[in-house]
Design a protein. Sequence first.
Length: 116
Amino acid sequence: QLQASGGGLVQAGGSLRLSCAASGSISSANAMGWYRQAPGKQREMVAVITTGETTNYLDSVKGRFIISRDNAKNTVNLQMNRLKPEDTAVYYCATVNLATLTGSYWGQGTLVTVSS
């Protein structure tokens, strides 16, 4: 089971930290990722981290977002800085199929709203 938390309402330019808590060894044994889906848009990959801690980011969040993992705590985090209104979306954590960069096992989402 994957449990995401940390969403909320923030003004543009602000920061939020999302956390994904995984039961068992789901997160430590898999590449993990954060995805988001804005209203009326398709879900998109935001950031991925491999078991070796190699990271990959959506171009629009590079330099602003940082994905990290703590295998001892079975958590995956997404530090989001300099948030923009276009970052508003429901954010989901998931295990990642590295061949396709698509999510395999999904947690529930957490809503991030960035006001202008």
